[in-house]
Ligand binder design. Sequence first.
Ligand code: NAD
Ligand code: IPM
Ligand code: MN
Length: 350
Amino acid sequence: TRTHRIASIPGDGIGPEVVDVARSAVDLLAQQEGFGIDWIDFDWGSEFYRRYGRMMPESGLDELAETDAIFFGAVGAPDISDAVTLWGLLIPIRREFGQYVNLRPAKHVDGLAGPLKNPDGIDLIIVRENSEGEYSELGGRFGRGTPQEFASQDAVFSRHGIERITTYAAHLARKRSGRITSVTKSNGIIHSMTFWDEVVNEIAAEHDDLTWRSVLVDAMSAELVLKPQSHDVIVCSNLFGDILSDLASATIGSLGLAASGNINPERTAPSMFESVHGSAPDIAGQGIANPLAQVSSAAMMLDHLGEQSAAKRLNDAVDSMLRSGQVTQDLGGSLDTKGAEEALLAVLSQ
Ligand code: NAD
Ligand code: IPM
Ligand code: MN
C-alpha cells in the first residue's frame, strides 16, 4: 500500500490539542481507505526553546525536507517574544520550502449561525502571497536607547513574486467561478502597491477570460462583512492576506474553522498545512478549542497528497457536524474538544 510520511509539529498552546484530533481522523480514514500514514513526531516549539535555546534543531529543515508534507499546529507563548518563535520555526519553513502560496478558504455551511445576517453562499478563497512583501527581512531597530530610536521594515515586492502568486490565483479562479479580486492599496500612498497593481494587470491581460477586480484593502474589509458573496478568489500580499483571512473566518462563524495550506506548487519541497489561528493562550489547556480548523487543514493535506476520496469524506464530515449543530463553544455549541473528536469519528464511522 502507498504510505505518506508526514512531519507532525503540534507546537504550543492549543496546537497539540487540535492536532491530536485531526490525527485520529486521518488515521481512521487511512485505515478505511487502505493507505498508510507514517507520522514523524517533532517536539519543536516554545518548550523546546526553553530547553535548548532554539525553536528547532540546526538540522530541523533537513529532517523536514525528507517528508511528504508537514502538519503544523501553532506556535507562540506569552513568555517568549513572537519574533523568536515565529522567525525560529514557522517562517523559515514557509520560505525555505518555497511555500509561496498560502491558501485560506472560507465557506459557509447551511444551518451554522454566525455574526452576519445573511451568510448564505459565502464561498471564497484567499490566495495569500507567502514569501515576501511586508514580511521582509530588510530593516531593524536603530538608535537604540536614544530619543531618536526607530524601527523600520521595508516591504519587498519582486516582479517574480507578484507574477507567480497572481498566475497561481488565475489558474485557481478558472477552476472555480472565474471571478478574481486583487487586494491593493495603490491610491498613491504605498509605492510597492502601485507596482503590485502594474504586475497584476499584466498577468490579468494574459488571462482575460477571467473577471478581474481590484479593490482597496480598506474597502475590501467592509465588503467582506457587507457582501462576502461577491468574492471568490482573492489574491493579496502577505500582510493583507493575514488580516483578511481572520476576517473571512469570522464571516463563517469562527477562527476555529479556518484551514490553510502553505503550498509549494512545483512540489520541489514539502508543503505545510496548519490552522489559520494561533496558539490561543487564553483557552489553552482547557480542552475547549475547536479542532475543526485543524481537521479541515488535514483535509487540504490529504487532497494535496492525492487522497481525494479521504479528503472529501473528511470535509463532508466537518460539514455534517456543522449542519447538525454538533459544535464547540466558539460557535455557540456545548461540545468540548474531546466531544468534537468523538462526534467527528462517529460521523466518519457511519
Ligand atoms: P489566536 O488565533 O491564537 O487567538 C485569537 C482568538 O481566537 C483567541 O480569543 C482564541 O481563544 C480564539 N481562538 C483561536 N483558535 C481557536 C479555536 N480553535 N477554538 C476556539 N477559539 C479559538 O491569536 P492571538 O491570540 O492573537 O495569538 C496567540 C499566539 O499565537 C501569538 O503568540 C501569535 O504570534 C501566535 N500565532 C501563531 C500562528 C501560527 O502558528 N500559525 C498564527 C497566529 C498567531
Ligand atoms: C498566520 C499567522 C502568522 C502570519 C504569524 C504567526 C507570523 O498570523 O499564519 O496567519 O502572520 O503569517
Ligand atoms: Mn494570522
